[in-house]
Design a protein around this ligand. Sequence first.
Ligand code: ZN
Ligand code: MN
Length: 492
Amino acid sequence: MNPPTYEIIIGLEVHVQLATRTKLFCRCSTQFGASPNTQTCPVCTGSPGALPVMNRHAFQLSLQTAVALNCEIPRFTKWDRKQYYYPDLPKGYQISQFDLPMSEHGWLEISDPDGAFPTKRVGITRAHLEEDAGKSMHDEAAGKADSRIDLNRTGTPLLEIVSEPDMRSPLEAKAYLTELRLLLTYLQVSDCNMQEGSLRVDANINLGIPTDDGEIRTPIVEVKNMNSFRAVERALAYEAERQYQVWQETGHRIGDVPKQTRGWDDQAQVTKGQRSKEESSDYRYFPDPDLIPVTVSEEQIDEVVKKQPELPAALRERLQANYKLSHYDADVMVNQGRALVDYFIEVADRSQDAKRATNWVQQDVMRTLNENGIGIDEFPINAERLAELVLAIKNGELDSSRSRDVFQFMMDEKSDLQAALKALGIEKVDDSVLVNLCRTLLEANPKVVADVQAGKQQAIGALIGQAKKQNPNVNPGQVREICLQLIQEMPS
Ligand code: ZN
Ligand code: MN
């Protein structure tokens, strides 16, 4: 592979809707999908004289996230008005945090299960709380060019998480987003539903191009309007190539170009120029006189640290260390969510057979979940019962060829192992019965005996089929073992 002709520099801004029942500064509901403008009040629509009061729960969720992102939490944080005019912002300003955000200087570790890039830390510049704006609906159906505004979303709490420009490829950007979403989901601070706008991503991207006069950096472009992680990955790959082309076409002149904003067109798979980006001075930030600053105590942070759930990275490590999962398998499992991981751990612990537990959970259980679009809580075989199945296979009471039938039966009939075995006529064959059966087979097949004695152990295979025909409940492994034992005891 040729060395790359440029380095891609990516930073991401993620807006996460926090999972509160009510808005950030009023008691209106945040429920998604209600009829337009039914979840508003004088505070979130900006009636004169209406006073905002901070939602403590929203701040608590932000603290949990900031701690999990290894951020420093200042003891004092305040609210600022970010002023701009837009029809979906009736107050004429957004309440946000400017120079004293509630957290800064954190990091999130990202890795690639296939090892496409080395594990690295992406810096978190800051995470701050702010309110969402409303939604403009441009309805051009039926020949009408009708624009309407829905203010239900106005005032919904958002945590804006800004990363350092530490990512070096679209793949790293996707890995960062995936890990961040997983973290937020494990913390239960957001549902992270991109379709409903609970997680929105903007990307800043430029190139570092090595030249004889040192590295040249192309102007930073902010890419918006990406509706999935896949779209982010594609938009960034496209944008990197585009910037490189522009750099080549303009004769390598990089002037004082203002920061540009471009929107991703998912249909056309290109980015298109939008309005040029405001500088922060254009917003005329100033402290919101209606809100008191927030002080955060040492005890408050200690409490959050103490109550922090096990995070995805730690859980992945535990699965690898204690259950011998590969990085890849641990990743797959952790991505399914905490409930599935707990299910797996219970099966593995009860059966004391992590390897078989991994195979059953990752293959049969997860396939069924995917096929039926259900979660592990709705899965008909609970962990205790699956562990019984795994144990029966481990102890040789059930051979793997029949275990799938048993699994299917337990699933269909919501039965336990014993009921499934009974219904399917599977019972453990008595040792003496098994020995007699093997003896009879060996007497009837002197050629096999001779072959084995001549060193061809695989000749036994022919007897296993016969044994199963005579008694479907026999365990092939046991038949093999007993037959070999009997041949060894024969006078040669
Ligand atoms: Zn309201
Ligand atoms: Mn923002």
